[in-house]
Design a protein around this ligand. Structure first.
Ligand code: AMP
Ligand code: ZN
Length: 465
């Protein structure tokens, strides 16, 4: 029984998909105007754990993640320039070149930290038609108005706009007013743009398309509604994002989707908390960020960063330090070393007794709102348990790694040469016959050949010295 904390209801709920064992999962993707940093990656690792836990529970997941390559302004409240156009100008590239370059970097970074690729990764620029259609629907239903600068969604017409945050609309009004409202014809500061015109402050905007309202480009929030509903249907199971999307982006997505369809948009909303540096959010604008390259330059494994994230809960803030990452690297090395040293002749999959108990404990942990720190603790307990049969230990670690994604299956386990195995068997026989001295001599001989014998209660393990 999988339980997830649903931001919409503000409690842990039993998760059941809409359709049998099929899950529709949408995760907000990157704005590709700069290098993805490890703060971003914490969020994508968190999404990946969720997806792997769903698969572990036997669900067939359809995962959609968008690529924002147009429309995300510097402020989430429609202020400032488009992040991609701004980046392109600064770097002397076209907006298209910049977007593709950073998109590639993003995919490479995800692979380095063991993230499974989405089934569909739609780009906003390739779904302009769908976004225009959605605005037309909203227009027909009376949810839009037009100014000189943009077509807006009229939040005042949509009841329950703040259902996700539980905020009062009045408080939101004050918050939004504190930002510079760049369009004086906006009815309310929290109304948001569905379509910007490529005139006035956007007259030099290079990415532009024709539309029934005039040439321009879509607002950022629109793409997530248009593309998620295109690939997953009007109502789908799970939508995730960083905690910074909770107050503006996600309420806007809900408003425009539900206003257009008259149906519930998403059943479960999941939000990941931030990666911090010195107590502050790691971010591109504060320039306090590190990338996967920085990790590799220090000869650390990007998967150590994944381990570092797994060791904290996705709804908690996580403070990044190099010391913390080195500790994670040590833990990962120990895990690889312990796995490599498990000597087991069989590949029997079925777990019995203690092995099955550990597996149950692991499932309880991950199914309790993705409690990965607890699941890691259970893994270490199993590793240290000398009474656990070697084959059970091996199977368990491989099984847990379906969720952890730490690359265990790529670790070559120790191949014990036939000669050593033969000597170990002889020693075992002598021990059973209580010929301790002769048994000990064989042990020394084995050690002389570079292997070590460890007697656990149910089985003898052989390791490389
Ligand atoms: P962006 O590319 O800026 O749109 O961000 C992509 C994703 O990374 C968003 O879902 C953000 O919520 C998330 N994000 C950005 N900074 C951090 C951080 N320091 N810690 C965790 N997630 C972050
Ligand atoms: Zn989104």
């Amino acid at each position: 029984m999988l339980k997830l904390y649903n931001t919409l209801t503000r409690k842990k709920e039993i998760f059941k998909p809409l359709k049998d064992k099929k899950v529709g999962l949408y995760t907000c993707g990157p704005t590709v105007y700069n290098y993805a940093h490890i703060g971003n990656l914490k969020k994508y690792i968190g999404d990946d754990v969720l997806k792997r836990v769903l698969i572990y529970n036997g669900y067939k997941v359809t995962h959609v993640m968008n690529i924002t390559d147009v429309g995300h302004l510097v402020s989430d409240n429609d202020g400032g320039e488009d992040k991609i156009e701004k980046g392109a100008k600064e770097q002397g590239k076209t907006a298209w070149e910049l977007a593709r370059f950073f998109e590639d970097y993003f995919w490479k970074s995800l692979k380095e930290v063991g993230v499974l690729m989405p089934d569909v990764a739609p780009r906003a620029t390739e779904h302009i038609k769908e976004q225009i259609k959605l605005i037309e629907k909203l227009e027909k239903r009376g949810f839009t108005y037009k100014t000189q600068q943009a077509v807006y969604f009229d939040v005042g017409k949509f009841p329950n706009y703040t259902k996700l945050t539980g905020q009062k609309l009045e408080d939101k009004k004050i918050g939004a007013r504190e930002e510079t409202v760049v369009d004086k014809d906006k009815k309310n500061p929290y109304d948001f743009a569905l379509w910007f015109f490529a005139t006035g402050r956007f007259k030099n905007h290079t990415m532009r398309w024709p539309s029934p309202w005039g040439e321009g480009f879509p607002g950022w929030h629109l793409e997530c509604s248009a593309m998620s509903m295109k690939y997953l249907g009007d109502t789908f199971d799970i939508h995730t994002g960083g905690i910074d999307h909770l107050t503006v982006h996600h309420p806007n997505e809900i408003a425009q989707s539900e206003a257009a369809t008259g149906k519930q948009f998403v059943r479960f909303w999941i939000h990941h908390d931030f990666l911090l540096v010195d107590g502050e959010k790691m971010s591109k604008s504060k320039k306090n960020f590190y990338t996967i390259e920085d990790i590799k330059t220090r000869k650390l494994n990007p998967l150590a960063f994944r381990y570092f994230c797994l060791n904290s809960h996705y709804r908690s803030k996580l403070n990044f330090t190099w010391q913390g990452l080195e500790a994670a690297q040590n833990a990962l090395n120990n895990l690889y070393e312990d796995y490599r040293n498990i000597f087991s002749d069989t590949t029997k999959k079925k777990l019995v007794g203690k092995g099955e108990t550990y597996r149950r404990q692991f499932i309880d942990a991950i199914n309790d709102d993705l409690n990965t720190p607890q699941a890691l603790a259970i893994m270490w307990e199993a590793i240290k348990d000398e009474s656990l049969l070697a084959n059970d230990k091996k199977q368990l670690l491989l099984d847990f790694d379906k969720v952890f994604g730490l690359g265990l299956s790529k670790i070559k386990r120790l191949e014990i040469p036939a000669e050593i195995k033969k000597l170990a068997a002889q020693r075992e026989k002598l021990r059973r016959e209580k010929k301790w001295q002769e048994a000990d001599e064989i042990r020394k001989k084995i050690e002389g050949l570079g292997y070590k014998i460890e007697d656990a209660s149910e089985k003898t393990n052989i390791k490389k010295v």
